[in-house]
Design a protein around this ligand. Structure first.
Ligand code: NAD
Ligand code: MG
Length: 376
């Protein structure tokens, strides 16, 4: 059976009724992407969206695969970076799709990290009231998180990801080889989201990461694929339960993120703290808050911190000493989080590793105490 071969491609199903789709994880998926697209879609033409960096590294291999499958294609290259996820780049991309004569049977392929996935996915959602699209994630973060679940969108001057749509892809192709060109810092940042899944509802996965995490980061194919597959299964399960974030199940994916968003906002999104790095610190703070509230064993919080530190991730705001951190300002950012309802901040807490739950009852003093300790 191919599942025993280190070269095998594994498949995770996202079970959403008529919007279901497979995630394929394994080596050489760029080269075979055209064939996989043909298996799931009656595609006429593929519009590939990539940022400049990814286009230089990986677009030719993907295009060759499309040609081999007999698919016509056209590439749209956008600048790399978070600022590309805005109205002006969305407008340009939609215009170019329409200039190229896009028709309903054409397919958009997002080849890149979360920025390209969110932008191209949203362009697909709104062009001709919805083109099919395929995610070809090239960062670890995109492979385990942003390419799965159908959230697409852009940033506005009011904040991140405030304009968008739920639009599920038809296929996700997570090629483990493309991660070889990813800068180590970006890889580690994505790894924080992998650890998050273990913390949310998969204690055995967390323990597996404690043993195999360094192999995942160092790029061994089999453990890397295993980590991506197990992460995608976790995300797919949660998304299948709560596709549009209405019951609360999907909100568990925000473990560590209430803190992370405050830390990122304080840094001004200037690259001091990548999102995944902020999530690593956020996971530690969420575990420590849970311990402070007496719901989580201190030993579990210590394990979360130790594993993230072993992976080379920051675990405290003080790992960025150049920032003039302030408890009051971090609390203020949290009070303005978009997940605030009726003035109450929703926290994801842990009863232990693998046992996350939502709480709207967290006293501000407990959050202040945890932040105060972290900044001492
Ligand atoms: P990104 O897309 O900016 O990619 C990070 C950097 O890596 C970029 O400079 C890119 O050019 C480069 N890069 C990408 N793949 C590469 C490769 N294989 N080799 C070398 N360089 C490569 O950032 P990201 O971390 O992938 O994604 C962050 C974005 O994802 C944010 O905008 C965030 O809001 C969004 N996001 C969305 C969801 C969702 O559910 N839709 C979930 C999480 C995050
Ligand atoms: Mg995240």
């Amino acid at each position: 059976m191919t599942t025993h071969s280190p070269e095998a491609v594994e498949r995770v199903e996202v079970d959403l009724g008529s919007r279901s789709y497979p995630i394929l994880v394994g080596p050489e998926l760029l080269a075979t992407g055209g064939e996989h697209i043909r298996e799931v879609l009656d595609a006429r033409r593929v519009f590939v969206v990539a940022d400049e960096t990814v286009a230089g590294l990986h677009l030719p291999a993907f295009q060759r695969g499309l040609e081999q499958a007999g698919l016509r294609h056209e590439a749209f290259v956008v600048p790399a970076g978070e600022h590309t996820k805005d109205f002006s780049h969305l407008e340009r991309l939609v215009d170019r799709l329409l200039d190229a004569g896009a028709e309903r049977r054409d397919v958009v392929a997002a080849l890149g990290g979360g920025v390209v996935g969110d932008l191209a996915g949203f362009a697909a959602a709104v062009t001709l009231r919805g083109l099919a699209y395929v995610q070809v994630p090239t960062t670890l973060l995109a492979q385990v998180d942003s390419s799965v679940g159908g959230k697409t969108g852009i940033n506005t001057r009011h904040g991140k990801n405030l304009v968008g749509a739920f639009h599920q892809p038809s296929l996700v192709l997570a090629d483990t080889d493309v991660l070889d060109t990813l800068p180590a810092r970006e890889l580690r940042a994505g790894y924080a989201e992998v650890v998050k899944y273990g913390c949310i509802n998969d204690a055995p996965f967390f323990a597996w990461l404690e043993t195999n995490g360094l192999d995942v980061l160092e790029g061994r194919t089999a453990p890397r694929r295993e980590a991506i597959v197990r992460s995608c299964r976790r995300k797919a399960g949660i998304v299948a339960e709560d596709e549009t974030e209405s019951t609360g199940a999907r909100a568990l994916l925000n473990l560590g993120h209430t803190f992370a968003h405050a830390l990122e906002a304080e840094c001004g999104y200037d690259g001091t703290l990548l999102h995944g790095e902020a999530v690593a610190i956020g996971l530690v703070l969420a575990a420590e808050l849970s311990a402070e509230l007496g719901v989580c064993p201190g030993a579990d919080a210590a394990r979360v911190r130790a594993h993230l530190a072993a992976a080379g991730l920051p675990t405290s705001p003080l790992d960025r000493p150049a920032v003039a951190w302030s408890v009051a300002r971090l609390l203020d950012h949290m009070a303005h989080d978009k997940k605030v309802r009726d003035g109450r901040v929703t926290f994801v807490l842990m009863r232990g590793i693998g046992a996350a739950y939502l709480s709207r009852e967290v006293p501000r003093e407990a959050v202040a105490a945890v932040l105060g300790n972290a900044l001492m």
